[in-house]
Every structure is written in structure tokens, then in C-alpha cells.
Design a protein. Structure first.
Length: 318
């Protein structure tokens, strides 16, 4: 028997009228209590949901009549859809195995990274120890070189200082001699002036006058020589002082470098206060190389020695 659309619709209306009559009779008999409302309402809702799920329409083609007829259209229960969409045991096992393989690959990569990191740390530590030993050896040699040049500079500075003091003393002697010759010169000039006051036949160009002129010329000549010697000695004194200042400056730098390298040579990995200094990477890497460093001290010593080899001031003879 085929159920038509009109039949289904009439059945639905009949059910709704029956429920309405039931509610009317119940209401007319006695008022509903809260307990009755709670008990009735879920039941009505469940019945309405079941009817809406059971009502369906279907269109069926009638092959015998050559046309189409309205038939039943089945709507599956949501529970059936959920059951149909579930995975099989093989799907579950394959999914877990894939996760296990992925986890193994990640763990293997992490273990390899860990091994590489430890290997790099060991290699870096070994290389650091080798370089530290090499730097310590070079620092020891550096401290020895600094000590050698310190002694050379100190010795030459001492000689230069002694020579400069002698030169200052000789300049003072020259200046005192120059001042001393002023009186004899004045006496000679006065004598000649008095002899010029002779008159008539007494104004004779005799031997005394010639000796006075000779003495006057000798005194002036000695004064000129002493003035030139004072000027030359003063210029030489400036040169000696400049050379001595260079020696002392180089000596101070060597002392500071020796102090720094002497502290560095005793530093180790466990020394306190070892940390990174901001801006160390931007500091000037090198000002000089060992060859130019030693040559600078040699030049300073050579200049000082050249100053000391100049002819000494001789004030014993004019």
C-alpha cells in the first residue's frame, strides 16, 4: 500500500488535534501542577522530535504507468551516519604507526643535534686550550722583550740626562764668562778714549795704543765666540731635551705595557672578573707590529746617542 502526501498530512493533523483535546481535557479537569508540567513537557517534545524524524517524503517513478508517483524518501538516523563515518582498526593502527615514525625521526634528529653540539664544544675547548698555551708563550717572550728595551731606554735616558746637565752647566759658565769680559772691554775702551785726549805732538800712535787696540779686538772676538757658543749650546740643549722626552715617554709606555702583559699572562679560565667588555670588537686591532715596535725604540736611542756625540763646548781657550 502506497502512502500519499495527503494521507501523511491528515495523519499529522489528527495527532495534533488529539494532543490538543488531551490538553484541553486535562486543563478542564484540574489545573496542572509544576510537577505535572515538568513531566508532560519533555514527553511532548520527544514525541514531536520523533515524529519529525519519522516523517519523510519520497518520490518514486512508476515504470508500469510511464509516469512518476510520490513515494517514501528515507532519511537516515544521525546515529547511523556517525556509525558509518567511524574508522576501522587498520586506520587507527596506521595513524598511530605514522605518529610513532614521525616521533622517531624527530627524536633521532634531536639526538644528532645534541651529539654535534657536544662534539663542537669538545673541539672548541681543545682549540681554545692550544691557543691559550700559544698566547701564554708569546706573552712570556713579549714581557722579556719589553724588559730588554726598558733597560736600554733607561740606560740611554740616564746618559742623556747626565749630558744635558753638563751642557746646562757649560752654558752657565759661558754666560758668566761673557758677563766677565764686559769689564775688561770697558777698561780698554776708556783707556783708548783717554789717549785720544792727547794734543799736538803727544798724540802719537805708539806701541801702547796698538796693544790696546789688539786687546780690544781680542775681547770682542772672544765675546762673539762665546755668544755663538751659547746660542749653539742652547739649541743643542733643546735637541737633548726633546730626545730625553722621547726616551722617557717610550720608557713609560714600556712600563705600562709590561704591567698589562704581566697581569694578562697569569689570567686563566677561572680568574675573577673575566667577562665580555662592550665595544672590544670595535677597538683598533693593531697600532704597530713587533718589528716597527722595536725599531721605534732603536730610533729613539739612536737620536739620543747622536746628540751625545756632538762636539762638547770648550771654554778654556778663545
Amino acid at each position: 500500500m502506497t502512502t500519499t502526501v495527503s494521507d501523511m498530512f491528515q495523519l499529522k493533523l489528527h495527532n495534533q488535534q488529539s494532543r490538543s483535546d488531551l490538553l484541553v481535557r486535562v486543563r478542564s479537569a484540574a489545573p496542572l501542577t509544576p510537577q505535572m508540567i515538568v513531566a508532560i513537557q519533555p514527553t511532548a517534545q520527544r514525541q514531536q522530535q520523533q515524529q519529525s524524524e519519522s516523517c519523510f517524503f519520497a518520490v518514486k517513478t512508476d515504470s508500469t504507468r510511464g509516469g512518476s508517483s510520490v513515494g517514501s524518501k528515507r532519511v537516515s538516523n544521525p546515529t547511523h551516519n556517525t556509525i558509518a563515518s567511524r574508522h576501522t582498526n587498520n586506520d587507527w593502527a596506521n595513524f598511530n604507526k605514522a605518529n610513532e615514525r614521525q616521533s622517531n625521526r624527530v627524536r633521532s634528529a634531536a639526538e644528532q643535534s645534541n651529539r654535534n653540539a657536544w662534539s663542537t664544544m669538545r673541539d672548541t675547548e681543545a682549540l681554545t686550550r692550544v691557543r691559550q698555551a700559544d698566547v701564554t708563550e708569546k706573552l712570556s717572550k713579549r714581557v722579556e722583550d719589553i724588559e730588554y728595551w726598558k733597560l736600554q731606554l733607561a740606560s740611554e735616558a740616564k746618559l742623556n740626562s747626565a749630558e744635558t746637565e753638563d751642557l746646562v752647566e757649560h752654558i752657565q759658565v759661558l754666560e758668566s764668562y761673557l758677563a766677565y769680559t764686559a769689564k775688561p772691554l770697558n777698561v780698554t775702551e776708556v783707556c783708548l778714549a783717554h789717549r785720544e785726549q792727547r794734543t799736538d805732538i803727544d798724540l802719537v800712535h805708539d806701541e801702547v795704543e796698538r796693544q790696546l787696540h789688539r786687546e780690544l779686538e781680542c775681547i770682542r772676538k772672544c765675546q762673539d765666540q762665546m755668544r755663538r757658543m751659547v746660542e749653539k749650546s742652547t739649541a743643542q740643549l733643546s735637541v737633548n731635551w726633546a730626545a730625553l722626552q722621547q726616551l722617557n715617554k717610550d720608557l713609560r709606555n714600556k712600563t705600562q705595557a709590561q704591567s698589562i702583559d704581566g697581569k694578562i699572562i697569569h689570567l686563566g679560565n677561572q680568574s675573577p672578573g673575566i667577562d665580555f667588555r662592550p665595544g672590544a670588537e670595535s677597538a683598533e686591532r693593531c697600532v704597530s707590529i713587533p718589528h716597527s715596535w722595536a725599531r721605534h725604540s732603536q730610533e729613539n736611542i739612536g737620536k739620543s746617542q747622536a746628540c751625545r756625540r756632538l762636539p762638547s763646548v770648550n771654554v778654556g781657550h778663545c
